[in-house]
Write a protein that binds this ligand. Structure first.
Ligand SMILES: [Zn+2]
Length: 322
């Protein structure tokens, strides 16, 4: 039997799985990355994780290794350049050490692209020709799969849709701009909006009690839980956040008009709370482009999407080499 290993490198965890050519998951392992201990220790940890996977699957021929990493990544150099979420990781070559150690091809993708490939192959994408995946979590990432291939920008770079400006008078973003999509609709943006609303205390709310009395402990998950429980203020925060989320989605739709948009990431586990506002805002823009043709679907693969998609990227590479 033959398999590839897909790796999903995030700011907190590194996850890995073995996938057969049909995309069946044969083994799974994960470990904290502890990026601040330095890139060399991190690469060692990833190598150990791949060995763990290989031990689990036994007598399988390893065809290649795919990595999906929190971006930005330089695919041509095989390097991760992300001191924001991986402290001390600047221009870190993750591809060559794994290639040398295991003697197989190694690919590197941006994590949003990897997740989109995973959903395209084995998840909510259904193999459609025009597919966008939007991941809403700590940030907002988006990827466009066109006829089974990731759309890539100049020199293979990943376009940063999460930094589309939605409201130029909005809050400052770490990228230097103001009112970026992710500074208005990501998990931290929702948390900040809720914290401000609680401090203004115009509406009675259960949020402060849910956060143990510590306003800074209010996060997007607590807001979603409170909203689901009928908390009025939490519902207002979700509605406002959903409007910003939807405005970004309208931009995506007006530009690409995909057949389907898949919504993934931790925040979108509560998509049902966002859905009414998102659908109504999108409908309002159904004038110049037929936005009603675009299906919105929650992601199906959850935390496995990046691993599955990184594995798919290896199969794509091997296909191209034949
Ligand atoms: Zn930004």
């Amino acid at each position: 039997m033959r398999a590839v290993v897909g790796i999903d490198l995030g700011g907190t965890l590194v996850r890995a799985g073995a996938l057969d050519p049909e995309g069946q998951l044969l083994a799974w392992a994960e470990t904290p990355i502890e990026a601040a201990r330095g890139p060399a220790a991190g690469v060692q940890r990833i190598t150990g994780l791949v060995h763990d996977i290989l031990r689990q699957i036994g007598a399988v021929q390893l065809l290649g290794i795919g990595i999906g990493s929190t971006g930005p990544v330089d695919r041509q150099l095989g390097a991760i350049q992300n001191p924001h979420t991986l402290p001390t990781w600047e221009n870190v070559d993750v591809v060559s050490p794994l290639q040398d150690h295991f003697g197989v091809p190694v690919t590197l993708e941006n994590d949003a692209d990897a997740a989109a490939l995973g959903e395209y192959w084995r998840g909510a994408g259904g193999g459609l020709d025009r597919l966008v995946m939007v991941t809403v979590g700590t940030g907002i990432g988006a990827a466009f799969v066109y006829r089974g291939e990731i759309y890539r920008g100049v020199q293979g770079h990943h376009p940063e849709t999460g930094h589309n400006v939605i409201d130029a008078s909005g809050p400052p973003c770490y990228c230097g701009a103001c009112g970026c999509w992710e500074s208005l609709a990501s998990g931290p943006a929702i948390a900040r909006r809720a914290q401000e609303a609680v401090l203004e205390a115009a509406t009675p709310t259960s949020l402060l009690a849910r956060a143990g009395g510590d306003v800074t402990a209010i996060d997007a998950r607590l807001v979603a839980e409170a909203a689901a429980g009928g908390d009025l203020l939490a519902r207002q925060v979700i509605a406002e956040s959903a409007r910003y989320l939807a405005l970004g989605l309208v931009n995506v739709i007006q530009f690409l008009l995909p057949q389907r948009i898949i919504l993934g990431g931790g925040v979108m586990r509560s998509y049902e709370l966002f859905r009414p506002v998102v659908e109504s805002v999108i409908t309002q823009h159904n004038v110049m482009a037929p936005t009603h043709l675009v299906e919105m679907r929650p992601a199906l693969l959850g935390q496995q999407a990046g691993v599955v998609g990184a594995g798919y990227a290896v199969y794509q590479l091997l296909q191209g080499e034949k």
